[in-house]
Design a protein around this ligand. Structure first.
Ligand code: ZN
Length: 290
């Protein structure tokens, strides 16, 4: 019996990372392809996989927004994105045609949430969430082993928040909503206010408490909606020393003991670190086969 091989795609705005794997401890032959035009990048991706023999399935963990409605004529397309040339790009079709195998697509954050559920810090959780706090803010959810989708996919980075009293002037950086969560707490929003990334600001700078104040609101809002067993917070901003502790403390204060679990017990850094992208794609591919 031959071991099934899966194709993995971490589709990002600046690069596509591809890999081949038979399981989570066997991710090999990875390559990076710059995200240029859809024709170039998708063509290079199909060529690379084609040269590696038959695949059982391909999993694509993609930047969004993407159309995930199986009933839609544009299922598998990137929809409206500020990324030049990529709005209306069919991601799934060329892979299916070129590689003749099932292709599973989901958002990068839903895929990462699924990988954390299968192999990381959310194992055994009936409901778990994963967030990336970085260039943008995105969230994914896994409920009873399946990623959460609605009319589209979750857009939890765009929730509205109460402003920190020392942060009332900043308009926010979200091109759609101004001061939504992404507009206030993403890496670019931090640099727009204080000129440096959070990890480069002194530990006693008020930015730390302001950003923790917003992330704590995210945590308690998600506790109110989902009562999740795990919320993992990843992405570059979360690499700031001490930030997770500040989020714990503020979320505990805002939650006021009302929820089933205290923030400290359910909010963690991700378990899979920078492997969450490709392992998320693997999780999708393994699901596509069944
Ligand atoms: Zn927004």
């Amino acid at each position: 019996m031959t071991i099934p091989m899966y194709g993995l795609v971490e589709a990002g705005g600046t690069k596509f990372v591809l890999g081949i794997a038979s399981g989570k401890d066997d991710v090999h032959e990875t390559v990076r392809i710059p995200t240029t035009t859809p024709d170039e990048t998708i063509g290079a991706m199909v060529d690379w996989f084609s040269a590696r023999g038959p695949l059982a399935a391909v999993g694509v963990a993609s930047f969004g927004p993407i159309d995930l409605d199986p009933a839609s004529a544009r299922y598998g397309y990137i929809t409206e994105t500020p990324k030049p040339h990529w709005s209306g790009t069919d991601l799934v079709g060329p892979l299916k045609v070129g590689l003749k195998c099932p292709v599973a697509l989901d958002t990068d954050v839903n895929a990462a949430a699924l990988a954390e559920y299968l192999w990381g810090v959310a194992q055994g959780c009936r409901t778990s969430l994963y967030f990336t706090i970085g260039t943008g803010i995105g969230g994914g959810a896994v409920i009873e082993g399946k990623t959460l989708r609605g009319l589209s996919h979750p857009e939890m980075g765009h929730i509205r928040l109460t402003r920190h009293p020392n942060d009332l002037e900043f308009a926010g950086t979200c091109p759609f909503h101004g001061d939504c969560l992404e507009g206030l707490a993403s890496g670019p929003a931090i640099i727009a206010r204080w000129g440096k990334s959070l990890s480069d600001l002194p530990a006693d700078h008020e930015a730390h408490d302001i950003i923790a104040h917003y992330l704590a609101q995210l945590v308690v809002s998600m506790q109110a909606v989902f009562e999740p067993g795990r919320i993992s917070l990843g992405g570059g901003v979360m690499g700031t020393a001490g930030l997770i502790d500040r989020v714990h403390n503020m979320a505990a204060r805002l939650g006021a003991g009302y929820f089933k679990s205290c923030a400290e017990d359910i909010v963690t850094l991700p378990g899979l670190g920078d492997r969450s992208g490709l392992l998320g794609a693997l999780a999708l591919a393994m699901g596509a086969e069944s």
